[in-house]
Design a protein around this ligand. Sequence first.
Ligand SMILES: Cc1cc2nc3c(=O)[nH]c(=O)nc-3n(C[C@H](O)[C@H](O)[C@H](O)COP(=O)(O)O)c2cc1C
Length: 456
Amino acid sequence: MQPLLFGIFQYIGPNGTVGSAWQHPDDTSAEFTKLSHWTALAKKFEEARLDFLFLADSYGFPALEGQLIPASVREGRGIPHGDPMPLVSALAAVTEKLGFILTTSTTVEPPAANARRFATLDHFTDGRIGWNIVTGSSGATAAALMGNELIRHDLRYDMADDYVDVSLTLWESSWEDDALVLDKAAGVYADPEKVHLVHHEGPYFRTDGILNLPPSPQRTPLLVQAGASGRGREFAGRNAEAVFVGGGEPATVAANVTGIRESAVAEGRPADAVKILVGALFITAPTSEEAWAKHATMLAMSSDEGAAAIYAGNTGIDLLALDPDKPIAQTETEMGQSNLERYLGKDGKPAPLVRDILENFRRTGINGSVFVGSPDEVADQIEEFVAVTGVDGFLIQPHLTPETYDDLIELLLPVLRERGLARDEYAGDTLRERFFPEGGPHLPGTHRGHAFRAGR
Ligand SMILES: Cc1cc2nc3c(=O)[nH]c(=O)nc-3n(C[C@H](O)[C@H](O)[C@H](O)COP(=O)(O)O)c2cc1C
């Protein structure tokens, strides 16, 4: 088995994706508004040679029928939530190799503003930046906050395709590779023949101008995607170099992985042009008993109400208002589709009852996979999961901060390294080379964005 990719999943908030751990006496997440909280974590992750830190984001927040959900506010779940973008320069300054993947939604800012900010961060991080392209979870509240109507689910993805086209045009077409001259004696900063005005007129977005910045190490940040609905998978096949998927039953994850790879092939790309990472929680301790005790502590801090609030924010569905002894009746939502599809019953299995859905979501959150046990037991579970699903890595979420990370680093990673499942040194300088060590820092020839390059 190849070494896997390992990233850390964090919100700029007091909780991970399961429960509300900030309330534990040893947990430091309530310090999330302090820069020192993040710089210490980033240094820890780099020292452990973890590949990247992923900062999830949404402008949306849990609400139902235009009202805040009390459990969300009381438990700090989905509210509060800070903006990852301003954090990254500070983290880049205290690290040299750790990658950063940031979420922005294609439904909030104009694409040219987003593209410029990512290009600037690609410079400041020396090419360690990736963009998690989402059409926005908690879409209804995000739209209302911006003064907009919620855009229909599939239309959001059609618009996102166009949004990515604008971004690629700006990143790849404005400056030729050798446009920057920097000849002090001749007083030439850049060659006017090699900096181009670009024009894009798509079905939803238009732009006329330039990306007002010389080419950054990667030009286009590593393109990542995280929505696993049918339309989301199509989008991934067209655009993404990496996809974050929810976990859960290995057979379901395997089908999802196959679907994403097929979408890439349908776009004329190799099946392995997309790396797939699964959201997971590893709870480990020196012995199995201690690990299960930690798991029990976590579940004691995860309430039905908090879980239902997050589920409602994501899908628009209030599990607490449904008959607990029936499956969810609706099969579609204009909000997040993956977390509804996940519970509709698939592959000949009956759809679960609402009470079981709530319990499953309370235990696993949006990520869906929890591995508990001694380091050897968790390593066995990881090996088996990877063999069945074909995923390329994991996106690890905290239970307790920093304890979950210390257990990962001190107990689990050494075992994974012994088994050849984790690297002990960083591969590649840029984030793209970390994901594809055999390629270079730029979009590969098999990605449609490659054809946008100026001077070709
Ligand atoms: C590991 C993981 C990370 C995610 N991160 C985000 C995020 O940062 N922001 C967001 O809006 N959605 C994120 N999502 C996706 C949402 O859960 C949701 O599925 C998506 O935004 C809606 O797209 P869909 O309808 O295709 O499911 C993430 C999903 C997974 C599995």
